[in-house]
Design a protein around this ligand. Structure first.
Ligand SMILES: NC(=O)c1ccc[n+]([C@@H]2O[C@H](COP(=O)([O-])OP(=O)(O)OC[C@H]3O[C@@H](n4cnc5c(N)ncnc54)[C@H](O)[C@@H]3O)[C@@H](O)[C@H]2O)c1
Length: 425
């Protein structure tokens, strides 16, 4: 199968591209390296020293003999988005290429606008490109469980059967997203559903939970293939961040009471879920939704698990409750269905002591790269404008950033190719 992984330089995309390549699929990656630029902008870096794309792809080719094609560009540019669809002619288009940090979208108006333009326009461009040039290609789009919010009823997989005033229908499950980023995903879902309906496109929306881990069999093959491990308050996902905190003796930063419960999954299951979706495509005209996670935990439960695993490695791990910078329920009902991927053959890697041990050991191995000042939340949902690190500090901390390709078009609020309200005359 020919699979194009959009956003393949990122955390989930890189691991997915390697996995699909090893499984014998013809893989291309498209990316504009925007994420490396956003790290630079904020003065943060991944705990693990990820390599420039040419080096990553050379190492993969040397180790496996497999070639992954690379297409450099921004999918908010329709010429680029449509050229990817025309030139690579994918059977499946796996779409990870979005700004994915809720705190980034809540920094200020500029970042909120940028996030929504980048994500919604990028996805719209892909829908038009598919309609024009490859209507039978299956769009596999990464959505998020955060689209649903935390309703006081069970969360279904995409749709809910409703009886109202004596009449029945099956309707999209209500969405109550918790940030401008999550809202961008809801807008995407509506646009994709509409395009499937009017043009007969086929799409799967993978409402993914929070991903943890960094190693898959493929990225572990050699240091040059190493994957991202984000630990900062903006891009770090919670379990990875807790492991980095434990490794340097920093208290685990639980927001509020820590009763916030979400779905989680191991990155090894992310790559398998994407493969399952590709191998079992949606029908023409079908907009299918899978809830892609394997277990539910509260933030405090995760903190206690990291504390226990850390103590076994002789780390002294404290838990600190900080005022919640987000506007969210700190204790609530949460029960989300997630059976469709299991029915199609997913065998989950459940969170175990040995996985936590290995995550902590990775964090310990690279702990000299940790900047503890990046742990503390600085983006507060209640403010319209949050102060970021001064540019000079960002530049000093960002020395690890290397422009991977001369022609790479990177986008960031204010200097990007995506124009925001501020830029328009
Ligand atoms: N990481 C998680 O825990 C998680 C959870 C749920 C959903 N998701 C979704 O999965 C997807 C991937 O997440 P991730 O953690 O790998 O993010 P990431 O930031 O590591 O990777 C995203 C990649 O997309 C690229 N990109 C962004 N905008 C682009 C554009 N306009 N054109 C071309 N490339 C662009 C970036 O450069 C980056 O390499 C996102 O859509 C995210 O919303 C992630």
């Amino acid at each position: 199968m020919r699979v194009c992984v959009l956003g393949g330089d990122g955390y989930c995309g890189w691991a997915t591209a390697l996995y699909l390549s090893r499984k014998g699929h013809q893989v291309a990656i498209a990316d504009n390296f925007a994420r490396r630029q956003w790290d630079f902008e904020l003065g943060v870096q991944t705990l693990t020293p990820i390599r420039p794309m040419p080096e990553r792809l050379r190492a993969w080719k040397q180790l496996t003999g497999e070639t992954i094609e690379f297409l450099s560009g921004d999918i908010t540019d329709y010429e680029f988005a449509s050229s990817v669809v025309r030139s690579f002619a994918p059977d499946a288009l796996v779409h990870f290429a979005e700004q994915r940090a809720a705190p980034y979208s809540m920094i200020d108006r500029n970042h909120a606008v940028f996030t929504q333009v980048n994500n919604v326009v990028g996805t719209l461009n892909l829908l038009f490109a598919l309609r024009e040039f490859r209507p039978d290609c299956h769009l596999v789009k990464l959505g998020t469980m955060g689209e649903y919010g935390t309703p006081n009823i069970d969360i279904e997989e995409g749709y809910i059967a409703i009886e109202h005033n004596g009449r029945k229908d099956v309707l999209p499950f209500p969405k109550q997203p918790g940030s401008f980023y999550h809202l961008s995903k809801v807008h995407d879902s509506h646009n994709i559903m509409f395009a499937c309906k009017i043009w007969g496109l086929r799409a799967t929306d993978l409402n993914q939970g929070v991903v943890y881990g960094t190693m898959t069999r493929d990225v572990a093959l050699e240091e040059a293939l190493i994957n991202r491990f984000d630990y900062d308050e903006v891009f770090g996902t919670v379990l990875n961040r807790f492991c980095a905190q434990a490794a340097v003796g920093h208290p685990l930063t639980v927001y509020g009471k820590g009763g916030q419960t979400r779905g989680y999954l191991d990155i090894r299951d992310t790559v398998r879920c994407v493969e399952i979706a590709c191998l079992n495509p949606a029908l023409p005209g079908e907009f299918r939704v899978f809830n892609q996670f394997t277990e539910q935990f509260s933030v405090l439960e995760l903190a206690r698990m990291v504390q226990a695993a850390g103590q076994k490695l002789n780390l002294s791990v404290e838990i600190s409750h900080l005022p919640d910078p987000r506007v969210e329920s700190e204790e609530h009902y949460y029960n989300a269905r997630h059976s469709k991927l299991l029915e199609l053959g997913l065998k989950p890697h459940l969170l175990s002591e040995s996985l936590l041990d290995s995550l902590l050991n990775i964090a310990i191995r690279y702990r000299d790269r940790v900047d503890p000042s990046l742990f503390l939340p600085k983006v507060n949902w209640r403010n319209a404008r949050n102060e970021r690190r001064p540019k000079a500090a960002a530049e000093a901390a960002g020395s690890a950033y290397e422009a991977p390709f001369e022609a790479a078009a990177v986008s960031a609020p204010g200097n990007g190719r995506v124009r925001t309200g501020d830029d328009r005359q």
